[in-house]
Write a protein that binds this ligand. Sequence first.
Ligand code: SF4
Ligand code: SF4
Length: 547
Amino acid sequence: MFCFQCEQTAKGTGCTVRGVCGKDAETAALQDALTHVTKGISMYAHRARALGAAERTVDVFVIEALFTTVTNVNFDPERVADLIRRGVEVRDRARRLYEDARAKVTREPEALRGPAVWQPAPKLEELVVQAAEVGVEQRRGRLGEDVAGLQELILYGLKGMAAYADHAQILGQEDDAVYAFFHEALDFLAGEPMDVDALVAMVLRVGEVNLRVMELLDAANTGAYGHPVPTAVRIEPVKGKAILVSGHDLKDLDELLKQTEGTGVNVYTHGEMLPAHGYPGLKEHAHLVGNYGGAWQDQRKEFDAFPGAILMTTNCIQQPKDSYKARIFTSGLVAWPGVTHIADRDFSPVIEAAQAADGFADDGPDRTITVGFGHEAVKGVAGAVVEAVKSGAIKHFFLIGGCDGAKPGRNYYTELAEAVPDDCVILTLACGKYRFNKLEFGDIGGIPRLLDVGQCNDAYSAIQIALALAKAFGCGVNELPLSLILSWYEQKAVCILLTLLHLGIRNMRLGPTLPAFVTPPVLDVLVRQFDIQPISTPEADLAASLA
Ligand code: SF4
Ligand code: SF4
């Protein structure tokens, strides 16, 4: 196997035996094959669309297939193999769409090759061998590391964007232009482009379209559950039976809350689900009692200790310990072999497992953190913020956001947040905030010094806040007293980074390490165009930001 799509890739170069994430070689190969088939679907769908023919099932399959291959989503080779076979059927439908549309304009269809005609072997073992031929390693050998790396940068951006597009479509927000772009970009990749300028241009277009996808997702979440409002969230247990929900799928949480209403089972958020507490339509459920634990990479210890059932909605799952394997469940695109999957939002098995477990014997102490500073909440205090900047009470803003992970180097973000001077405000979002969101930061004239904007899904909010500040000060985002210090881990973070590049944001600092698929010459292009730089030490980066 060869996979280097996430930050924790082995030795910083690539997982070759078994993923650090737990992905085995078989599943890695099958995910490459699924990506290959998906490119084939888009080759036809892109051409069909140019002739006015489209089908939603084809569009949605493509984003679900890409999302399946995101880090920490699907570890089940049988389910990935099943998706490959379904993908071939979807590709046939897309081909017929294209051929029928082409016949109407009385022209012979193009004879497409590569992913458009690739046929998976009937047996799983043969499919795994065959899949090894369509992975990135072969392309690196054929096209060189720079070109293959740029192709992967586009692909990983598309994977992350697919995750957000899927969440948006689950809540009824779609845009045909977004689906059209997925097909266009995958068709572009299927042609194995080598022109570096064309590749860089496509990288930035992924960022551009992802901004629209983030807007759709924001509309989906706020349309369904209202705009987040600042909310104190309990971070200690409440006596009683319990279910812990992680991942990003607010509809799953909503359904679970409805199904647990009146059962006496309390619901807690974990990791990525923390921002749910800020949504009026979710916080109205009194039995959504609090947040438990920290970021995704702590789950094996925390789930082990949690005395109830656990539901993993769309990522990030790690290999479950035997101690909780019978009381953890997956939904949506998440899968782990041997873990019960809830395919239809009937969460009865999860509720039964919670009732069979011990639950919390006692209430913990009263401790809370505050979440819910989405774009509307922050814009509501924009006048006070602008005044505080003009009076000198607020000197600088730091956006310390992005992923968390297991590497020791991520302590940088805790040390940085702790060292931010008292006259500065920290905006934070995404899993990385667990490094410091339980620390006490106080306030500046009533404005909290730590504003939790939400999850990586809520990057749109952070962008809107930055744009609103720029408008209030009559300048561009790059001229604001604002430093972006970001951490990345998986492909959703990649597409957000591409959006920031598309918006022309400069001087971002990125860590804890740079992506393995970005080679030195490609990094050179990014540094020259965007002044993007790796993090160094908290002291040096703080001094540079405040200079
Ligand atoms: S997703 Fe990350 S950890 Fe998992 S195999 Fe790929 S590079 Fe390795
Ligand atoms: S913040 Fe990063 S690690 Fe967390 S869910 Fe988002 S992309 Fe994944």
